[in-house]
Design a protein around this ligand. Structure first.
Ligand code: PGA
Length: 309
């Protein structure tokens, strides 16, 4: 590997990530022949093929997969070094890669504006996906920090709860139970129910509560987005259980039903794999988020009470 250059590794990493020389060339503003040439030279240094072509698709060989994992480590280490140097220079610079569950998208992006103003040298990449999507990203070590509502059970992680994430029963504003108090959970069985997709943490927490109380709801519709569910409820298609945060700031034409055993009490957690070296940027963000969550909590308690009155 003495002949290999950092540039070749960069080209290889992009080609492996995209599974395509053409897309790697686009990303790196190179020509496709340059990418092919760099990878050819790198292959020569390694002494084994790195890619194989099956039909139209490009796959990594075993040596290619090893090199891909090594590249990730090398580039992570270099990024850490760059951030340390920036820190020594008194600058907070670098990239922050965040992956958040769907319900946190109502909260996290709002906080990013003030954070970016405080630290103009930090660039942010934000991914929003469901619970299962976050776990996949975490296993592939794709991001610096993850925000989700349930600590992964089969992964060794560091976690810290920072905000409550209550789950409430949502119905159209003119629903026949809208004015009732202490509705029994069994009554939900009579209502058409709108459910999130498999792999959703929201769905899992609802199912857990229903299983505990032997409730079987009539799932009329399955939808993969909280926003779509809210529209479907407003359109009279049924009721659902959603994070209270998805109803921010106001309830518009929806209402929260007062059903026993609700809200389901959950929290948002900031999570990262154990052993991961948090970058200075990520640590700065953690501190910022904890502080912002405290302020948000104080503000929203009043807003929720007002909306639900
Ligand atoms: P979900 O995540 O988008 O997977 O439902 C939300 C949650 O777990 O609270």
């Amino acid at each position: 590997m003495n002949q290999a250059t950092l540039h070749q590794l960069k080209v290889f990493e992009a080609a492996a990530r995209h599974g395509s020389f053409t897309r790697a060339a686009e990303e790196l503003f190179l020509t496709q022949p340059t990418v092919s040439m760099q990878i050819k030279q790198l292959t020569k240094s390694v002494g084994l093929p790195l890619f194989e072509q099956v039909g139209k698709r490009l796959y990594l060989t075993e040596a290619g997969r090893e090199l891909f994992a090594t590249c990730r480590q090398i580039f992570d280490t270099i990024a850490q070094f760059e951030m340390k140097v920036a820190d020594l220079k008194g600058l907070k610079q670098g990239q922050l890669r965040l992956a958040v569950i769907t319900t946190a998208k109502y909260f996290i992006p709002r906080l990013l504006g003030p954070f970016c103003q405080l630290y103009p040298g930090i660039d942010i990449a934000l991914q929003v996906t469901n619970h299962e999507g976050i776990l996949e990203r975490m296993s592939a070590n794709l991001d610096d920090l993850y925000i989700l509502s349930q600590v992964p059970e089969h992964m060794d992680v560091n976690y810290q709860p920072f905000l409550e994430n209550p789950m409430v029963v949502v119905a159209p504003i003119n629903h026949r139970l809208a004015k009732e108090k202490k509705i029994s959970i069994q009554q939900l069985e009579d209502e058409p129910f709108i459910m999130r997709e498999p792999g959703s943490g929201t769905r899992r927490s609802i199912q857990k509560l229903f299983d505990e109380h032997n409730i079987t709801v009539k799932v009329k519709l399955e939808l993969g987005s909280n926003e779509a569910i809210k529209q479907a409820i407003a359109g009279g298609l049924g009721i659902s259980v959603l994070s209270r945060h998805t109803l921010l700031p106001e309830l518009a034409d929806l209402t929260i039903l007062d059903v026993e055993h609700f809200p389901i009490k959950r929290d948002w957690y900031m999570v990262y794999p154990n052993g991961k070296q948090l970058s200075i940027v990520a640590r700065t963000y953690c501190e910022y988020l904890l502080d912002a969550a405290k302020q948000f909590n104080q503000k929203t308690i009043g807003v929720y009470a007002e909306a639900e009155r």
